[in-house]
Design a protein around this ligand. Structure first.
Ligand code: F6R
Length: 251
């Protein structure tokens, strides 16, 4: 199976003005490093990779952090990807975490995705609690871009980025909705790494749709989803499969 980075590169070569959706977080970092590497290595070849017409949307942003804040997703994406490729600033949309009018910002973001004709490939990560973007447990599968309250478990999981000080972790974010992804993402690449994601990944692969595990929404658009998970993230799923086979065999 090609890597997630290769899937994006293939898409951009096939469609130079592709629309790509991005996630942030630790899991996506190797993907961005691989894209930057491929971009650099291709520059002295006959077919240099060209991001100048690629349009980007991102999943979410913290509310209350400035764009320059070390942990803003604006900064994350520029430092890890946009500053190192020839993406054009006018082609990059990141939700504004401090807009004058949040409702308007969210409507504009949805409208921009529609105007772009939807998203060809959207990269998403998964939270320990099964969130996708910042759609926390209980989020409607029809939800659109909106301001959301972060759960305590997400704030605790992200404390590591804020000097381990929970009081520094924002309480709210702006996030595209599960409905945005369902409606507008033609392909979704879910990245999962590490044992901490194992329960959420197992629930997602279990095929039972449960609003309290947002990632199970992906079962409803299964034919558009590709999962890129390491062994640790798949451990619970594999253990349950083996146990299931034992029962089926009457063991
Ligand atoms: C980030 C995002 C989140 C993360 C998820 C996993 O844009 O939307 O859903 O993808 O919390 O984060 P990491 O990869 O840091 O474990």
């Amino acid at each position: 199976m090609p890597t997630a980075a290769q899937r994006i590169i293939d898409k951009i070569r096939e469609k130079p003005d592709a629309v790509i959706g991005l996630a942030t977080g630790s899991t996506s970092e190797p993907l961005y490093a691989a894209l930057v590497n491929a971009y650099n290595e291709s520059q002295n070849t006959a077919t240099p990779l060209d991001f100048s017409n690629v349009r980007f949307f991102t999943l979410d942003e913290y509310v209350g952090l400035s764009k320059e804040h070390a942990q803003s997703y604006h900064r994350y994406l520029h430092e890890r990807l946009f500053n190192h490729i020839n993406a054009r600033p006018e082609n990059i949309r990141i939700p504004d975490g401090n807009p004058a009018d949040m409702a308007q910002e969210c409507r504009d973001y949805e409208a921009a995705i529609k105007r772009a004709g939807g998203v060809d490939i959207w990269i998403v990560g998964i939270g320990e609690n099964g969130h996708i973007g910042f759609n926390e447990p209980g989020s409607a599968f029809t939800g659109e871009t909106r301001k959301v309250k972060l759960t305590e478990s997400t704030r605790q999981a992200n404390r590591r980025f804020f000097d381990h000080d929970i009081s520094k972790v924002p309480t709210h974010a702006v996030s595209v909705g599960l409905g945005t992804l369902r409606q507008h993402a033609r392909e979704i690449l879910l990245l999962a790494s590490g044992q901490k994601k194992s329960e959420a990944v197992a629930a997602m692969l279990d095929e039972k749709v449960d609003q309290h595990v947002p990632a199970t929404m992906l079962s409803t658009v299964r034919d558009r989803v590709h999962v890129f998970a390491d062994e640790a993230a798949l451990a619970t799923y594999h253990a349950r499969q083996q146990a299931g086979r034992g029962v089926a065999a009457g063991l």
